[in-house]
Design a protein around this ligand. Structure first.
Ligand code: ZN
Length: 295
């Protein structure tokens, strides 16, 4: 399947699926469109996508991305998965976000997962696949899981599930807001990690963390990522999230998301969910053609 700037080669494993071929391809195309919207192009020239049907399961039940060359994504799809479940799936988008960032040393795994956790819903909301208020409701609900517990020793030394996924997402989110504040909302984390893709960074490459942070920081002319990493890597830091929501002008009142456009960072809140004005090569507008499914 050609996508903007790349090809997804699909391999469907043996087994039955309730979904038909078009529904499966539509799911893959949506995920590719979300990451293309976020990065301005598909982040790698080619990816192998291996889909494994899983008996007696519903929905998409798991995924992994491997830094082979070309990279490989493996996803498991339940044989009873429906079209509606695929439309609501986040897993394939999460895996495709992994394509756009270099592989790091084991102790920095929180940044790889944190970035995928943070970017996946943003990419879907920017592509019009996830409603803005639902994004904020779920993000505000889930992000506090990333706050450090009493025994925390900093992101590089606390490899728990919560700190890896949501602690990493917390790092990315606060870096994003800070870059936008420092650059008068001209740049954000989105442009910073687009710069990594432009510099040839992707999951098939192994980079030192400092190189990734430095290239990302050069984009905005600030050192937000390098500084925040220095503060958080080996120390427990608890940011004031309530204050951040207040400054962004977003709150949850009995599950209803309310926006305050007079809040000091309201424009930043708005920019987070819109496609970048500095897209690498513009949005994917080319019609998609299907070459075939390789079984
Ligand atoms: Zn992941």
């Amino acid at each position: 399947m050609p996508v903007a700037g790349g090809t997804v080669q699909i391999n469907l494993g043996a087994g039955r699926l309730h979904l038909d071929r078009d529904e499966l391809l539509q799911w893959i195309r949506r995920a590719a469109e979300a990451v293309t919207t976020f990065y301005g192009r598909f982040p790698v020239e080619k990816v192998h996508l291996r889909i494994t049907p899983v008996p007696d399961r519903r929905s998409v039940s798991g995924g992994s991305t491997y830094g082979t060359d070309p990279p490989t994504i493996r996803v498991s799809v339940g044989d009873r998965a429906t079209r509606a479940q695929l439309e609501d799936d986040w897993i394939l988008t999460h895996e495709m976000v992994h394509l756009a960032f270099p592989s790091l040393e084991r102790r920095h795994h929180w940044l790889e997962e944190g970035l995928a956790t943070y970017v996946e819903p943003l990419a879907r909301v920017q592509a019009g696949q996830l409603p803005e208020k639902r994004f904020w409701r779920e993000f505000m609900r889930d992000l506090p899981q990333g706050l450090p517990s009493r025994s925390d020793r900093g992101l590089d030394y606390t490899p728990t599930w919560a700190r890896t996924y949501w602690g990493g997402a917390l790092f990315c989110f606060l870096a994003d807001v800070t870059i936008r504040e420092r650059t008068r909302n001209q740049y954000g984390l989105q442009e910073a990690i687009q710069a990594i893709v432009r510099a040839g960074g992707n999951v098939s490459k192994e980079w030192p963390l400092q190189k990734a942070l430095q290239i990302a920081d050069e984009n905005s002319g600030e050192t937000v990522l390098t500084n925040l990493y220095g503060e958080w890597k080996s120390k427990s830091v608890t940011p004031d999230l309530e204050r951040t929501w207040l400054r962004l002008g977003v709150r949850n009142r009995n599950q209803e998301i309310l926006f305050d456009d007079t809040a000091p960072l309201a424009a930043i809140r708005d920019a987070l969910v819109r496609p970048s004005a500095h897209g690498v090569s513009g949005r994917n507008t080319a019609p998609l053609k299907i070459f075939g499914v390789f079984v």
